[in-house]
Design a protein around this ligand. Structure first.
Ligand SMILES: Cc1ncc(COP(=O)(O)O)c(C=O)c1O
Length: 381
């Protein structure tokens, strides 16, 4: 089996499974309990929080655990909007944000907020100048993702951050779900106020994530109750998931440092091989430095995305049609729409996504099989 859908989710790392099994079996205490079992669980929570904070070079109390990227994005966007609405009701996002950000903004629109949705260029990139010219007196939040989940575009977060820094009343949220532990993150340098991450994209468990919230920022909580996580996100913490998340971060970061250049070369070589083997292929999105080493989005003129996905599946190769959220619907992706991709290419686009253990041999197998499948399908057409 060749699994190349790592942007949708990753296999849980065996060491993550091991630590989670241990916690599930032995450390079942509630971290809020005063007795020994509670204190034991609280200690694990603290160690995991400290570790994740350290990976982001922030303070432990600036990390709030969530149920994943979707919750982190919702908490950041709606939390800022509802908390600071007296300052203004204008929010800036881009046309290529994840639905978790987009839909949060739609909800806010219904509550009277105004959303500016910035256009992108043909590689899916946001122009920082557009951010600058869209800022108004009543702007309270800019939310731009670090890496696009469908085409891999790395956004100019530092340049956008430099603009926002000049406006002390505007908060900057970055959805880092596809960037964290894969490409460099420098929250302080970039002037990021809120940063969303998720465990299952880096070989951790599903249903766990975290939101970095810069010290001093208040968020309007969306889940209220027992006041856990500093009152920002109530609910008994998912200790096995959180411990597994911290372990996944540790493994991912250690490998990232060693492999970052290798992964960039791998993506580049994959594109060269694809273009040599399938001359009609179109790569959607950036081809090199502006792209995450882990994502390639491609189209074969004349072939439909679901046909390609299933043809590859019959060869035991797993890829996806755009994002996991839109892959089952017969609609074109808003990301590819925003990039101005032609309709037949949009309906034929597939996403291939790697992880740190994807090897050049895997790429050779993938390109070889894809070329074979494409030739057969085009002959049938
Ligand atoms: C950029 C981005 N943001 C947010 C999410 C949502 O994360 P989760 O699946 O942990 O809810 C995803 C997941 O695909 C993503 O790619």
């Amino acid at each position: 089996m060749l699994y190349l859908d790592n942007s949708a989710t990753t296999a849980v790392h065996p060491e993550v499974i091991k630590v989670m099994q241990d916690v599930l079996a032995k450390n079942f205490g509630n971290p809020s309990s005063l007795h020994r079992k509670g204190i034991e669980a609280e200690k694990m929570l603290q160690i995991s929080r400290n570790f994740i904070a350290q990976t982001l070079q922030v303070k432990p109390h600036e990390i709030v655990f969530t149920s994943g990227g979707t919750e982190g994005d919702n908490l950041a966007v709606k939390g800022i909007a509802l908390q600071y609405q007296n300052r203004g009701r204008h929010i800036i996002i881009s046309q290529v944000e994840h639905p978790a950000v987009r839909e949060s903004c739609h909800q806010l629109e219904n509550l009277g907020f105004e959303i500016t949705c910035l256009a992108v260029d043909k590689t899916g990139c946001v122009d920082p100048e557009l951010v600058k010219t869209s800022i108004r007196n009543d702007t309270i939040l800019v939310s731009i993702m670090q890496v696009n989940n469908e085409v891999g575009t790395i956004q100019p977060i530092q340049a956008i951050g430099d603009i926002i820094k000049k406006h002390t009343k505007i908060f900057f949220h970055v959805d880092g779900v596809q960037g964290y532990a894969k490409i460099p993150v420098q929250l302080k340098l970039w002037g990021v106020d809120l940063f969303t991450i998720s465990a299952h994209k880096i070989h951790g468990p599903k249903g766990v994530g975290a939101l970095y919230i810069r010290e001093g920022i208040k968020l309007f909580p969306q889940i209220t109750g027992g006041g856990q996580e500093g009152g920002i996100r109530s609910g008994t913490e998912n200790i096995p998931g959180i411990v597994g998340f911290a372990k996944a971060c540790q493994i991912a970061r250690e490998i990232f440092v060693v492999k970052s250049e290798e992964m960039s070369n791998l993506r580049r070589e994959c594109i060269v091989m694809l273009e040599e083997s399938i001359p009609s292929i179109v790569i959607n999105g950036p081809k090199d430095e502006e792209a995450s080493p882990y994502i390639i989005n491609l189209s074969i003129p004349g072939l439909k995305r679901e046909v390609l996905v299933h043809a590859l599946e019959s060869e035991d190769i797993f890829v996806s049609t755009g994002s996991a959220c839109s892959s089952k619907k017969d609609i074109t992706s808003p990301v590819l729409d925003a990039m101005g991709i032609a309709k037949d290419l949009k309906l034929g686009s597939i996403r291939v996504s790697f992880t740190y253990d994807t090897a050049i041999e895997d790429i050779e197998v993938f390109v070889g099989k894809l070329a074979q499948v494409v030739e057969q399908l085009l002959r049938k057409n």
